[in-house]
Design a protein around this ligand. Structure first.
Ligand SMILES: C[S@@+](CC[C@H](N)C(=O)[O-])C[C@H]1O[C@@H](n2cnc3c(N)ncnc32)[C@H](O)[C@@H]1O
Length: 308
């Protein structure tokens, strides 16, 4: 382990989307609105129903943030959609100030109401209605979405619920979907843990994909890594029997952690002994390319949810 991967820690000035915009609003800020303005209702799929989730473990000690949509006319993804209801102290992502290009903004403005979902943690999603009956795989952390769009094109009979906090990537993925005539992608804005915990029904997912999650290489940041026992305990309750869990990373110590915690989760079964050979159905991702350029080895992990 001789060099840092491209991570929020090692590359603070740029990210997958390009240069940091110094004049972009703080996460949680509200472009075009004034303090005290009630938050407009976050846009969601037409099929949302009230959640029966017990919210009693919610940590309300965080700052009350506002959840305004991106555009003043009420369209677009909200800034920090669950901030005031579900403050999480340890996050697996780092809020990034990133410039949204005109074409990404255009896609967000036009398509968010139909294909976007703000993760506010307040309602349960009716995946059947949102995806017109397709089986649904959750992808956590799609970045700019190129690999997501390719997988959606290769398998139109599977819906992809693509989750990330990265606004330029959300716009990019919606634009890719439109350009390629893809109808099986929906974009979720916010923290995947809140999505899983509060908004997805038990056994509702046909799979989980986590490709090149932030490796958080510094020891004091390991707690931020997404693939942890608690995360898997939550995920597996949302997976249908037989659902595929597919992870990949170029960060060797994280690969070892993934193998350890995935193997220790009793409801999951490794489809290989140890790491999986690279499956040809996973396209090269942007972060994978960066890792390969640095000489990193990529590991895939494929596990299946055991029948109950
Ligand atoms: C290192 S990037 C990898 C992106 C892409 N999968 C690739 O391989 O190019 C990790 C992404 O995961 C997202 N992410 C991390 N934790 C997340 C969470 N809890 N919920 C949603 N997205 C998350 C980050 O915003 C970031 O875009």
């Amino acid at each position: 382990m001789s060099e840092n991967p491209a991570t929020p820690e090692s590359a603070p000035a740029t990210d997958a989307a390009g240069p940091v915009s110094p004049d972009a609003p703080e996460p949680g800020a509200s472009p075009g609105t004034s303090p005290g303005n009630p938050a407009p209702v976050a846009t969601g799929p037409s099929g949302t129903v009230p959640s029966d989730t017990d919210l009693s473990d919610t940590d309300l000690s965080g700052p009350a943030r506002r959840t305004q949509p991106m555009f003043p006319d009420g369209t677009g993804p909200a800034a920090d959609p669950a901030g005031s209801h579900h403050e999480r102290r340890i996050r697996s992502f780092q809020p990034r100030r990133s410039r949204v290009s005109p074409s990404q903004a255009d896609a967000l403005r036009r398509m968010w109401a139909k294909w976007g979902l703000d993760i506010d943690g307040l309602s349960r999603i009716d995946l059947d209605a949102f995806f017109d009956g397709l089986p649904v795989v959750l992808e956590v952390g799609f970045g700019m979405g190129e690999a997501t769009a390719q997988m959606a094109a290769a398998d139109p009979d599977t819906g992809i619920l693509a989750c990330d906090v990265h606004t330029p990537g959300q716009g990019n993925l919606l634009a890719l979907a439109e350009r390629n005539g893809l109808t099986n992608i929906r974009v979720a804005n916010g923290d995947a843990i809140i999505l899983l915990r509060e908004m997805l029904a038990p056994a509702s997912l046909a799979g989980l994909r986590v490709f090149f999650p932030d490796p958080w290489p510094k020891k004091r940041h390991h707690k931020r890594r997404l693939i942890q026992p608690d995360f898997l305990s939550l995920v597996t309750t949302r997976l249908a029997p037989g659902a595929l869990v597919h992870c990949a990373t170029d960060w060797e110590p994280y690969a070892e952690q993934m193998l350890e915690v995935l193997s220790a989760e009793p409801t999951l079964q490794n489809l290989h002994s140890g790491y999986a050979p690279r499956p040809d159905f996973r396209p090269l991702t942007k972060f994978e390319g960066q890792g390969l350029d640095k000489g990193h080895t990529v590991h895939d992990l494929l596990f299946r949810r055991r029948p109950v």
